[in-house]
Write a protein that binds this ligand. Structure first.
Ligand SMILES: Cc1cc2nc3c(=O)[nH]c(=O)nc-3n(C[C@H](O)[C@H](O)[C@H](O)COP(=O)(O)OP(=O)(O)OC[C@H]3O[C@@H](n4cnc5c(N)ncnc54)[C@H](O)[C@@H]3O)c2cc1C
Length: 501
């Protein structure tokens, strides 16, 4: 068939692009390889026989602009969490409770003032920077003017993040809490001079103009479900089970071949797949560096929440926010060094969160009545390279190490709390790649990029362009891509629609 626009990949960003373009009267064909739309933003009944629809991959939302929700008329509820985080320290811990700033300051101790100051800095940054994510790119100098704070610019955009954390905070635990935002899905360390941790940190503190990470009511599948509904209602054709095997373009018309040998043509192709995948579909002679993912994702269904070692905090408080496990600053560095040397970290840093405490609707009524809960664990510093030889054995070893790490901060083994022995799912980078097509299991489709033009020629553009004028990136691999945001999807649609750029 012929369409004005073919979207390769039906992840949430592809659906955003399709919804905008179909709404503007373009004929749109979305081709998705999996049986289900949404890519990493989906919900699944992960455990057969259990009526629990978990956000299987991504789970919290920060970067989705209200602008997109409003423009597309999405029926979504993003629930704010009262508890931001809990970090066990011995038999006590640091609870960051938005509703109780006095107690939070007490828990942060000597670092309370520095914590509040950095929060004020990142909030101010978020308010200024986030609105630009859905506008044509600013140049570096204009962006710096926008930030309007030379000290903040130097610390966050010019110098390794570790310097800021070490200068501002005295406690290893507090430094570690901050550093985790710079390491999610990103195999790097606090003093990396390529500033990759800074970029990752930035994406974690600017979302929505606040940096808050909210719970999508109904799970991640609700977001993609809403996007698919709007795209389809506006006339986009959404095809699942349709793998694209090749893209050819002469710059004006593109031919898209699918696995069953069908050929579709379009004036424009929007790529929701990672840049490496796009390069191979285009048969590009110049190869794009294959990215490397670095996380272990564990999904669990529990019959009850585990008991804590800290008597001053309830499990309901501790697991409502992000529960940091062995994510001290030194522990993060040790784990990075061990993984760099080719071994699974002895005490993997990880973070855990319970969706069903904030939103029980992902559980069937019976499971809710029985008090069951879901638990999501995201472990850092598990690079793909650790799983290349003996994939199954490495995955089993990583699982064991991660559960032992979690157990080390609990008063009882987590496996004693599972609803059944098999209500646990463990996925390393290779499993993520196999299921979602994210190369190397990299959750951002590649290294996160600065949200401004790094070359003058890109100023005023949308950050979605490729070497081919009629092939644009509409997924996480675009500049200002990464995360559940819809931003690159909208930006690609704006580029197609010729909005001022
Ligand atoms: C385990 C995990 C946890 C995460 N946690 C969070 C989180 O809590 N919050 C957050 O904001 N972000 C999180 N992320 C990152 C976030 O989910 C992704 O960056 C984002 O969803 C990417 O969206 P996308 O639409 O650009 O791409 P994808 O979701 O990767 O979608 C791309 C689509 O293209 C399809 N495809 C691939 N190849 C082909 C082909 N040849 N033909 C046709 N279709 C193809 C894929 O099947 C997929 O559906 C997480 C990611 C993972 C994996």
């Amino acid at each position: 068939m012929h369409a004005d626009v073919i979207v390769v990949g039906g992840g949430h960003n592809g659906l955003v692009a399709a919804a905008y373009l179909a709404g503007a009267g373009r004929s749109v064909l979305v081709l998705e390889r999996r049986p289900q739309l949404g890519g990493a933003a989906c919900s699944d009944a992960v455990f057969p026989g259990w009526d629990a629809h978990l956000s299987r991959y991504s789970y919290l939302v920060s970067l989705l602009p209200a602008l997109i929700v409003d423009e597309l008329g999405l029926d979504l509820t993003l629930r704010h969490r009262r508890i931001t985080s809990y970090t066990p320290v011995g038999d006590a811990g640091i609870l960051v409770d938005n509703a109780d700033p006095v107690a939070t300051r007490g828990a942060l101790g000597a670092d309370a003032d520095a914590w509040d100051e950095l929060a004020a800095l990142t909030t101010s940054l978020a308010e200024r920077v986030f609105p630009t994510m859905t506008e044509p790119l600013l140049g570096r100098e204009d962006f710096r003017q926008l930030v309007g704070d030379d000290e903040a610019w130097e610390a966050l955009f010019e110098r390794p993040l570790g310097e800021l954390l070490e200068k501002r905070f005295s406690r290893d635990t507090v430094r570690g809490i901050q550093l985790t935002d710079a390491l999610i899905g990103t195999f790097t360390h606090a003093h990396a001079t390529d500033l990759l941790p800074n970029r990752c940190y930035l994406y974690h503190v600017i979302g929505g103009g606040t940096g808050d990470w909210d719970v999508p009511v109904g799970g991640m599948g609700r977001i993609s479900g809403e996007l698919a509904r709007v795209a389809a209602e506006r006339g986009a054709e959404l095809r699942t089970d349709t793998t694209v095997t090749a893209i050819a373009t002469d710059g004006a018309t593109a031919r898209v071949t699918t696995v069953d040998g069908e050929i579709h043509t379009a004036g424009r192709v929007l790529s929701n797949v990672a840049p490496t995948v796009l390069a191979s579909l285009l048969g590009a002679s110049q190869t794009v560096r294959r990215p490397e993912g670095a996380q272990l994702k564990v999904n669990m269904l529990l019959r009850r929440l585990p008991r804590l070692r800290d008597a001053d905090v309830t499990a309901e408080q501790a697991f409502a926010g992000t529960f940091h496990v062995n994510e001290g600053y030194e522990q993060l560095d040790t784990a990075y060094r061990q993984a760099s040397a080719g071994t699974i970290p002895e005490l993997p840093p990880c973070e855990v969160y319970c969706h069903s405490l904030t939103d029980p609707s992902i559980l069937g009524a019976q499971l809710q009545a029985q008090g069951l809960h879901t638990l999501t664990l995201f472990a850092l510093h598990m690079p793909e390279r650790l799983f290349v030889d003996d994939r199954e054995g490495s995955l089993a070893a990583a699982r064991q190490a991660v559960l032992a790490s979690l157990d080390s901060v609990l008063a009882e083994p987590i496996e004693d709390c599972l609803a059944a022995p098999d209500t646990i799912e463990v996925m390393g980078p290779r499993e993520i790649e196999a299921s979602l097509g994210m190369p190397g299991g990299n959750i951002w489709h590649g290294d996160l990029q600065w949200p401004f033009a790094e070359h003058p020629a890109d100023e005023g553009r949308w950050g979605v362009e490729t070497a081919h004028p009629n092939v644009l990136v509409c997924g996480a691999g675009a500049r200002r891509g990464g995360g559940v945001s819809g931003i690159p999807g909208r930006n690609a649609a704006m580029a197609v629609l010729g909005a001022p750029s």
